[in-house]
Write a protein that binds this ligand. Structure first.
Ligand SMILES: [Zn+2]
Length: 497
């Protein structure tokens, strides 16, 4: 048995100014190839980890041309896309594959294509119209015809935070192996409804996504090989942004369509619960200050700077929430993180223990978002200098190597501020421990995140206060100008019927 396995992952925030060259994909200076990719992902809780495990269980020959995943940012540079898609297509041209297993995101926009995954699959099918292809997708997929038409099996995550990247690829891969053995004939039905669920309301621990995902899982007992409800990624001004469903059955198209329709109808009926209600920053901080401090053994009060999540394309360098924390005199706090490679270098040059005054953040312009993004001047001691590398403790992406680049902690006496050089969302305890910060000892913990922080820290938090800051992941969708998304779409246009 010969299997082609590859990864191409990017969630594109079309409002983001953060560039997406090839170097953003994977470990600097670019993606991993062949044996190096297999070695890096084997045994990890990732989609590729699952595919590699399945392939090795089957004793298959593995061809892994490229593993390329970048944190979310603006549309992918054309030459980066052509490099990644080109590597995969060159491998497909070698031929003699029994199956193709792809780990894709499903919301990749490039400078040229608004459906990067559909374009890749179309190219693969043009070279090889027959070999079965399975694709594991993120829950934030914005789904298009071309993805469904040019794949055998599509399966998406059922958790947000994404704790089932491994399980999803395993599910997709097992269906593919069954298909290769002639034991299944997958057919798919997909569809969407005109709604943009708000990211802050998409968590799979909360109504309504919890119930919708549970229904997807239950459909396996009713003849679905896989049923997926994608909440979609709304910070993408593309035609098919929003909620969609794909159901795979064994040869029963009518059943796939029936289950699909049920999921779409339920999601549409729940649309109001997917709308987020905003609170002014001052009110949020006043609420946080009024909360009892954590008792020994209790975790911190989390202040969520959800407008500037780098794992949704945020610059991670806006300072509105941090500035308000300082202004309000919050103590025994930590903040993760401000992206500012220049400030890091200044702190590194000063050395551990030195007192520094630095201008941090506010360096990346955000032309598509109204308002200014000022820098913040902070004075403090350089507490930590680190190369910023760690492996995730889990449960999300357990064992996967992370790289914050050169990183420092500036201790103002009241707040320990992490300043980093590469975009990493705080969703794992090890990003703190690597920098010598113990979140459990803090009264307040500011996180630039929306939902994913819950993966490693959710169960530890004493309380959560969502803080409206500034940034391209704005939770105020009236700040976003949509020109390309299909209209009308709820809640941008439609009355609340
Ligand atoms: Zn996602």
């Amino acid at each position: 048995m010969r299997l082609l396995i590859a990864m191409m992952k990017h969630e594109t925030n079309t409002f983001s100014p953060v560039p997406t060259p090839l170097a953003r994909f994977g470990h600097a200076p670019g993606p991993l190839y062949g044996e190096a990719a297999i070695k890096a992902y084997r045994g990890t809780g990732s989609g590729l980890g699952a595919y590699i495990e399945l392939a090795e269980r089957e004793g298959a020959e593995i061809v892994l041309p490229i593993a390329a995943g970048a944190p979310p940012s603006r549309p992918v540079d054309n030459d980066a896309y052509e490099h990644i898609a080109g590597n995969i297509c060159d491998a497909v041209k070698q031929g003699r594959f029994d199956g193709i297993m792809l780990d894709l995101h499903g919301a990749m926009v490039t400078e040229t294509y608004e459906d990067g995954e559909g374009e890749l699959l179309r190219r693969i099918r043009a070279i090889d119209p027959k070999t079965p292809v399975c694709v594991a997708l993120d829950m934030h997929t914005n789904l298009y015809d071309a993805m469904v038409d040019n794949a055998t099996v599509l399966a998406g995550y059922r958790t947000y935070p994404h704790l089932d990247t491994y399980d999803t690829a395993r599910r997709a891969g097992e269906i593919l192996l069954k298909t290769m053995r002639g034991a299944a004939k997958p057919v798919m039905a997909w569809g969407n409804v005109p709604m943009l669920p708000h990211v802050m309301r998409q968590g799979s621990d909360d109504f309504p996504n919890k119930e919708l995902q549970a229904r997807c899982a239950a459909m396996s007992a009713e003849g679905a090989l896989s049923a997926t409800l994608f909440v979609g990624f709304p910070h993408a001004d593309i035609h098919n942004a929003g909620l969609s469903v794909v159901v795979v059955t064994d040869g029963d198209k009518a059943l796939a369509e029936k289950l699909r329709d049920e999921l779409l109808e339920r999601a549409w009926a729940d649309r109001e619960a997917f709308v987020y209600k905003l609170e002014p920053l001052e009110a949020s901080l006043a609420r946080a200050k009024a909360l009892e401090p954590p008792q020994p053994g209790e975790g911190p009060i989390v202040l969520l700077d959800h407008y500037d999540n780098c794992a949704s394309g945020g610059t991670m360098d806006t300072t509105a929430v941090l500035a308000a924390m300082i202004r309000d005199g919050l103590e025994n706090a930590a903040a993760f993180a401000i992206f500012d490679p220049e400030a890091v270098q200044q702190a590194v040059a000063a050395g551990i223990g030195a007192e520094v005054t630095l201008s941090i953040g506010g360096k990346l312009a955000m032309p598509q978002i109204p308002g200014e993004s000022p820098a913040l001047t902070v004075t403090g001691t350089v507490k930590t200098i680190s190369n910023g590398r760690f492996r995730n403790k889990g449960p999300a992406s357990r064992g996967v190597q992370m790289d914050m680049g050169p990183s420092v902690v500036i201790d103002t006496g009241k707040i320990e501020i992490a300043v980093i050089s590469r975009h990493v969302e705080p969703n794992d305890l090890n990003c703190f421990y690597t920098l010598g910060i113990d979140p459990m000892q803090k009264r307040y913990l500011m996180l630039k995140s929306r939902i994913h922080w819950r993966a490693g820290l959710g169960s530890l938090a004493k309380a959560v206060v969502e803080c409206a800051g500034h940034g391209v992941c704005t939770s105020d969708y009236s700040q976003l100008t949509f020109n390309n998304v299909r209209r009308p779409i709820y809640p941008l246009d439609l009355p609340n019927r």
